[in-house]
Each structure stands twice: as structure tokens, then as C-alpha cells.
Design a protein around this ligand. Structure first.
Ligand SMILES: C[S@@+](CC[C@H](N)C(=O)[O-])C[C@H]1O[C@@H](n2cnc3c(N)ncnc32)[C@H](O)[C@@H]1O
Ligand code: SF4
Length: 389
């Protein structure tokens, strides 16, 4: 992982591009993803992406882009030529670092895997595959349209085509026994190279899963059981050389997702596409931007004013400091409390720190960094709330 001195503005610059469409909507998902039963005018979306990139580059010029991330939705539904044109647009707006990380999220279906070589030729050098489970029954219940075999075939193609790949699994699923999860995870690690994202199933409001649970038709593991699954996850991954570097992300040292580190280290990024968030430092002030969420309304807005930004807040010192804690403490590297004091204009409360330390939830490293301990991670929200109060 890169050094802590790289935390903060100026150290890295990311560009996030949101493709908001999926072939079907998974019943657990509350991402900004939509299903359309008419053909999507990809050329029109491309023009809008290019306009919004150019507008962002004018607002925040002179940066060197260190990572680009195509997220979704399902960006692997885009034509490789569209991805290539967007990458050209980024390079027209900003300098691009020679070792830029370019990630694309892909659904592991056979159709999408046929496009992998095209994405590689376009400049994508890392894929993140939504495998979700290695059990066909679980995949069906998650509403996925691929089998475990198909997903593993996509992983094998990713391995041949890209320098770097990662895949996602969801655990703490309905009726998931600890031994079954341990076996599934070990199998996944056998297929993983350098990075795995392991998410505990969250029942998001207003999703079909929330309705099923409310109706008593979906039972997810209780808190104790989920905690057991989390602990198993940490032990198995650490033992296999893929320790957690963030709450849900595991990597071999040096193989962390550089783009996501930008969010957690509170560095700068531009958010392009429907519902994308950005953090830009303009005239020494931190702007938090959000674009119009509805895809077609975003298109119209960009066509009218070259960007789809609907919220552009200048964050106060207090808000920046809170965000720094909230995001930074997700990382096992933790935060530099001196940097916090510079942002907030005051140090963290030493009594609260001492109490949390005595409770075993946080520790100060030899280099003076504050980090959450393995015992503290399951209660991270409470730790952050306590420190930010
Ligand atoms: C933007 S989504 C996925 C990319 C891609 N569309 C796919 O589904 O393969 C990123 C990841 O978030 C995770 N995720 C989404 N909703 C979740 C939920 N309710 N609980 C836990 N993980 C979730 C999934 O693992 C998913 O792969
Ligand atoms: S999990 Fe992925 S494929 Fe499923 S609806 Fe969400 S973004 Fe789309």
C-alpha cells in the first residue's frame, strides 16, 4: 500500500464513470441501476459522458489521473469502442499517469466475457467481476442470471486477458452455514489472484429482499451468526495471504484497488454519469458533487449545460474532518491523527481515544497512526460516531 503521506488532496486523482443499466435488477441491490426494455442509445450517452468529462476537466484542470473506474449498473454491457472513446476523452481533459489503473466492473456471464479482449485493447487493465456466490441455488435466490460454472469461466478469461482482476462475493446469505461459507471462500481464494471483495449481505430499504424479509419469507443470519461468518472470513483470507485492507476488501499487499483507496483516503475524484459523486478541490475548497440520478434526465441536463451536477456543496472543516474519519478508519492502515487535527482545527479527544483503546477497539501504531483493531471493525460505526462526537 502506498504511504500515509499520500493521504489528502493532491496525491492522486480518480475518475469514476457510472453506467446505469443492467439486464435485470437483482432483488438485493439498491445501486443506481435500471432495466430498460427499449434499446439504449449508447452513442448519445457517449456524447454526454464526453461533455461531462470535458466540463469537469475545465473546473479541475491540471490533474494527473491515477485511476479510472467504470462502475454500475453493469458497465460490461457497454461496447468496447464506447469505453475506448471515454478513455480518450479522459486523456483529452487531463494528463493520465503512465501506470494508471483502469478498472471495469463486469457481470460474469458468457456474453460479457466475450467483450473482455475488446476492453483490454481499449485500455482497461483491471476487471472486477460480480461472482456473488459459487453455489447455483444461492445464485438463483440472489436473482443472478449466471451459474457458478459460468462465473468461473468468466474469471478464467479475465485471468488470461487482464493484468489484474478481482471478484465479489456476498456472504451471510439465507441459511448459510459457517462450514459451507468456509468451503466456498476457500474455493474462491483458489480462483482469486490478488484481490477479493467480500460483502456481508445488507438488506437495503425498498428492495424486494426487504419486502421478503418483512413478510417473513427471507431469514438472514442474526448478528452473532453474521459475526461468526465475518471472523471466519478474516481468518481464512489472512491465512491465504489476502488480508483485509478495508472492511470488505482483501488483497495481497501492493494489490489494493487504487481507485477505491482514493475514496477512503479522502483524495480527489471526478464523478461522471448518472448519480455519480465527486470530490473536487477548487480554490482551496472541497466540493462534494452529485449528478442527476435518473439516466434520461441526466442526459438531458448534460445536453443543456454540459454537466449533470445537481448538488455542489462546499464542505465545512467539520464535514471534511468527519468524512476523513468515516472513510479513513475503514482502512486497516487507519488515519494520521495529525492530519485530522489539521483539517478539523482540533485534535481528537484524548479521553475518548483512551477509552476506545482500553476497550480494545482502536490502537495507535508505532508511527503514530490511529487504526481500528480487528475486534473494533465489527463495531466500526459506533467507534466513528464516538470519535466524531
Ligand atoms: C455495483 S455492484 C456490481 C457490479 C455488477 N453489476 C454485478 O452485479 O456483477 C457492486 C457489488 O456490490 C455488492 N452488493 C450489491 N448490493 C449488495 C447488498 N445488498 N449486500 C451486499 N453486497 C451487495 C455485490 O457484490 C456487487 O458485485
Ligand atoms: S447487483 Fe449488479 S447486476 Fe444486479 S442490479 Fe445491482 S448493479 Fe445490476
Amino acid at each position: 500500500m502506498r504511504g500515509a503521506d499520500e493521504t489528502g488532496p493532491g496525491a492522486a486523482f480518480g475518475v469514476y464513470i457510472h453506467w446505469p443499466f443492467c439486464l435485470s435488477k437483482c432483488p438485493y441491490c439498491d445501486f443506481n441501476s435500471h432495466v430498460r426494455h427499449v434499446a439504449i442509445d449508447e452513442a448519445r450517452f457517449l456524447r454526454a459522458f464526453l461533455a461531462e468529462i470535458a466540463a469537469n476537466a475545465e473546473r479541475a484542470p491540471g490533474r494527473t489521473v491515477t485511476s479510472i473506474f467504470f462502475g454500475g449498473g453493469t458497465p460490461s454491457l457497454m461496447q468496447p469502442a464506447t469505453v475506448a472513446a471515454i478513455l480518450d476523452g479522459v486523456a483529452r481533459g487531463w494528463n493520465v499517469a503512465a501506470d494508471v489503473e483502469v478498472t471495469l466492473e463486469a457481470n460474469p456471464t458468457s456474453v460479457e466475457a466475450t467483450r473482455f479482449r475488446g476492453y483490454r485493447a481499449a485500455g482497461v487493465n483491471r476487471v472486477s467481476l460480480g461472482v456473488q456466490a459459487l453455489d447455483d441455488g444461492a445464485l438463483r435466490r440472489l436473482g443472478r442470471t449466471h451459474t457458478a460454472e459460468e462465473a468461473l469461466a468468466a474469471v478464467a478469461i479475465a485471468r488470461q486477458v487482464f493484468e489484474r482482476y478481482s471478484f465479489d462475493l456476498i456472504y451471510a446469505r439465507e441459511n448459510q452455514a459457517p462450514e459451507a461459507w468456509a468451503a466456498e471462500l476457500k474455493r474462491a481464494i483458489g480462483e482469486a489472484a490478488e484481490h477479493l471483495s467480500l460483502y456481508q449481505l445488507t438488506i437495503e430499504m425498498d428492495t424486494p429482499f426487504a419486502a421478503l424479509r418483512a413478510a417473513g419469507k427471507l431469514t438472514v443470519p442474526d448478528e452473532d451468526c453474521a459475526r461468526g461468518l465475518y471472523d471466519t472470513t478474516q481468518d481464512i483470507c489472512a491465512g491465504a495471504g489476502l488480508p483485509a485492507y478495508e472492511v470488505s476488501n482483501h488483497a495481497r499487499p501492493g494489490a489494493e484497488c487504487r481507485h477505491n483507496l482514493i475514496y477512503w483516503r479522502m483524495q480527489e475524484y471526478a464523478g461522471i454519469g448518472p448519480g455519480a459523486h465527486g470530490r473536487l478541490d477548487i480554490d482551496a475548497r472541497r466540493h462534494a458533487t452529485v449528478t442527476e440520478k435518473r439516466p434520461e434526465a441526466w442526459l438531458v441536463r448534460v445536453e443543456q449545460s454540459r454537466h449533470g451536477i445537481v448538488t455542489d456543496d462546499i464542505l465545512t472543516r467539520e464535514e471534511i474532518a468527519d468524512e476523513f474519519l468515516l472513510m479513513g478508519l475503514r482502512l486497516t492502515e487507519g488515519i494520521d491523527p495529525r492530519f485530522y487535527a489539521r483539517i478539523a482545527g482540533r485534535a481528537l479527544d484524548p479521553r475518548r481515544l483512551a477509552t476506545l483503546n482500553q476497550e480494545g477497539a482502536v490502537e495507535i501504531t508505532a508511527e503514530g497512526r490511529l487504526r481500528v483493531t480487528p475486534a473494533g471493525f465489527p463495531v466500526l460505526d459506533a467507534v466513528v460516531a464516538d470519535l466524531a462526537a
